[in-house]
Design a protein around this ligand. Structure first.
Ligand SMILES: Cc1cc2nc3c(=O)[nH]c(=O)nc-3n(C[C@H](O)[C@H](O)[C@H](O)COP(=O)(O)OP(=O)(O)OC[C@H]3O[C@@H](n4cnc5c(N)ncnc54)[C@H](O)[C@@H]3O)c2cc1C
Length: 276
């Protein structure tokens, strides 16, 4: 069984790490008759590095962690086609798989009525420095769907939660200013850094000039995600779950299945009768 993840950004890297941990620790424990070598995890990208927007050190460490966990990382490789059985890459390489996971980005959902001139790459809507859709006085777009293209951000801002949160707050303040006839404030992204977790004790933290890889980055990842949860109760429950999972080294999620008994299936005639 093979899993091919297309796109080695944070989503692809984190999912490849999770699948590799599932194979290395859970599969062999829950299904001792299966051999982990039979489950292959591929991570494919046409860029020459994983975690493209991260620092070179972070990217190199992420690749090393993945390879150590048994993920086959294929870089400089572009997907050409997939027919449900086999994925083909430019240059002729193929992998037989029924499991292809697209982690190469999302497309914006654009409402009808907007001119094509304001739609940018990835179906993002072109906005000015206060997130107002170009050509409109009172229509705004924020977050992933907004493309604020400037010299500093020729591709727009990254599609991450911080951009959406900061734009949401600023648009709220600017709306009040517009109503009061006051000058508005342009959006300036305060990049607090990037985090990606690959597996147990393995993460990448690029916090401006400060960079960590490995266990300490993993602690930072957990701390940041824990404090971002709403409510004290949620924080405590998640923290206790994490501690117990860490000590048990045994992921909690399981699919509960019964042993397959073919004789339990209704015969074809009975199915037709029931449908009638
Ligand atoms: C797998 C994955 C992992 C990610 N991990 C991270 C991460 O670790 N850190 C990080 O910062 N960012 C992460 N992101 C990105 C982050 O989720 C987005 O940047 C953020 O959610 C953007 O917020 P938003 O409000 O712009 O859009 P969204 O969160 O996508 O919200 C848009 C909402 O609008 C709704 N909607 C769409 N069309 C309509 C319509 N016509 N009518 C009504 N409702 C509509 C959608 O259903 C959705 O609920 C991740 C994204 C993905 C896909």
């Amino acid at each position: 069984m093979s899993f091919v993840l297309v796109g080695a950004g944070p989503t692809g890297v984190e999912l490849a790490g999770s699948l590799a941990e599932l194979r290395n620790h859970i599969l062999t424990r829950d299904y001792p008759d299966l051999q982990k070598e039979h489950m292959k995890v591929y991570l494919v990208d046409f860029l020459p590095k994983v975690l493209g927007p991260f620092s070179d050190e972070g990217s190199a460490a992420a690749k090393r962690f993945l390879v150590d966990m048994g993920v086959e990382v294929l870089l400089n490789v572009k997907v050409e086609s997939y027919d449900g059985e086999e994925i083909k890459f430019e240059g002729g390489k193929t992998i037989k798989t029924k499991n292809v996971i697209w982690s190469a980005g999302v497309m914006g959902v654009v409402p009808e009525g907007l001119s094509k001139d304001v739609i940018e790459r990835g179906n993002r809507i072109s906005v000015d420095s206060i997130n107002r859709i170009k050509g409109f006085e009172n229509v705004f777009a924020i977050g992933d769907v907004a493309a604020m293209i400037s010299e500093e951000t020729p591709k727009g801002h990254p599609g991450v939660a911080q951009v959406a949160i900061q734009q949401g707050k600023l648009v709220g303040q600017n709306l009040i200013k517009l109503i009061n006839g006051e000058p508005t404030e342009p959006f300036v992204y305060n990049d607090k850094g990037s985090l990606a977790t690959i597996g147990r004790n393995k993460a990448i933290a690029d916090l401006g000039k400060i960079k960590f890889q490995g266990f300490f980055a993993w602690l930072i990842w957990m701390f940041v995600h824990l404090i971002s949860l709403l409510g004290f109760r949620n924080k405590v429950i998640v923290f206790i779950n994490w501690i117990s999972n860490y000590l048990a080294n045994n992921g909690g999620a399981r699919i509960i299945i019964r042993r397959f008994k073919p004789e339990e299936l209704p015969k074809k005639d009975e199915q037709v009768a029931k449908a009638d």
